[in-house]
Design a protein around this ligand. Structure first.
Ligand SMILES: [Fe+2]
Length: 224
């Protein structure tokens, strides 16, 4: 799968304008003046349901808990992407965590709604540490709606010396997005698009698995 970088429209516009304005030559002498920055992924609230007790199994396969034989209930989805800085360089050693509710709307949290219906075979939380390519991968279920919220997957990115950074990933074409106050809190169209991705059938999948691609552009360059 190939993803194309998202460029700030304003960067294009500014360059086109300056090229015509006669200011261009002067600005070309300024290092970085024309750096094409990737659009930063908007931050979203952590919300109340980051697990208050982490599961014993925190790997990147949320469908199977430990050596369980019964998989989680839901549409199996491979969620992958890269953690990048605004120049497009991959960020390594970033700890990527996801958490989401199960098919019945229950989070891995003592105050979650529908806690009594929790699917014991859904891990609810997973963790992945990026390597030199900045790539992460999880196997999970397609997120479902719960009262007041459109389907979403919570993300946290943890890096040495930085505070935990959180966002949420949504399903493109999901009608509930328009009614979701947290999704709507992102006003900019391009920023909304950056957190709203396709959940599409995985090519040649034997059991109808889906795939979603969600790149995260952090608003800073990591220290070397
Ligand atoms: Fe949530």
């Amino acid at each position: 799968m190939k993803t194309s970088p998202i460029l700030l429209p304003s960067a294009f516009d500014r360059r086109r304008f300056l090229a015509r304005s006669g200011l261009a030559l002067a600005l070309f002498a300024t290092p970085g003046a024309f750096a094409e920055e990737l659009l930063r992924t908007p931050k979203q609230t952590e919300g109340p349901f980051y697990p208050d007790k982490l599961p014993l199994d925190t790997d990147n396969d949320l469908i199977v808990v430990n050596d369980g034989l019964t998989p989680a209930v839901g549409e199996i989805t491979y969620v992958s992407g890269r953690i990048l800085d605004t120049s497009g360089a991959p960020i390594r050693n970033a700890v990527v965590e996801i958490w989401q509710c199960d098919k019945n709307g229950a989070y891995l949290h003592s105050r979650s709604g529908n806690g009594e219906k929790r699917d014991p075979n859904f891990q609810g939380f997973g963790r992945f540490v990026t390597g030199s390519t900045g790539e992460y991968l999880f196997r999970t279920i397609k997120p479902v709606a719960y009262p007041g919220r459109s389907p979403h997957i919570h993300y946290a990115v943890k890096m040495k010396g930085r505070e935990m950074w959180t966002t949420q990933c949504y399903i493109k074409g999901e009608p509930g997005n328009e009614r979701d106050g947290i999704w709507r809190s992102v006003k900019d169209e391009a920023q909304r698009a950056a957190i709203t991705v396709d959940f599409a059938p995985l090519k040649d999948a034997k059991a109808g698995e889906l795939a979603a691609r969600f790149d995260i552009v952090m608003g800073y360059t990591p220290a070397a």
